[in-house]
Design a protein around this ligand. Structure first.
Ligand SMILES: [Zn+2]
Length: 118
């Protein structure tokens, strides 16, 4: 019998850095490309992380995260007391990826703002 298939999507994804893959049902998706990756073979997962498609998307996401943290700093100086809604709207209209919301600087900004806004 083949040993393939003994590793669940969840187990496989946990072998990688948080945020690399995510699991839906028993299918493992690359969180960067949002495509299914065969979790049963580790080599397939490793190889996926070396594809130019993955690397380019990752680079784009990282540069988006950097520019969003720069925007957050500016926003802190300029609209410190403006309602939280305006910031969220700015993000939405800028079509920033959802993962920008995982930015720690933004998180602490939002938390601080929530306290002052109430
Ligand atoms: Zn990928």
């Amino acid at each position: 019998a083949s040993k393939l298939g003994n590793v669940s999507a969840k187990n496989r994804s946990s072998q990688y850095k948080n945020g690399t893959f995510h699991v839906s049902g028993d299918i493992m998706f690359c969180s960067t490309c949002n495509i299914a990756v065969d979790h049963k073979r580790k080599a397939t997962c490793d190889r996926h992380l070396e594809t130019s498609m993955y690397l380019e998307k990752k680079k784009k996401m990282e540069s988006a995260a950097v520019s969003s943290s720069e925007k957050t700093k500016t926003a802190q100086q300029e609209i410190r007391k403006v309602a939280l809604f305006n910031l969220v709207e700015a993000f939405t209209s800028a079509k920033l990826p959802l993962n920008a919301l995982d930015n720690p600087a933004l998180h602490s900004y939002l938390e601080g703002n929530l306290k002052s806004v109430g």
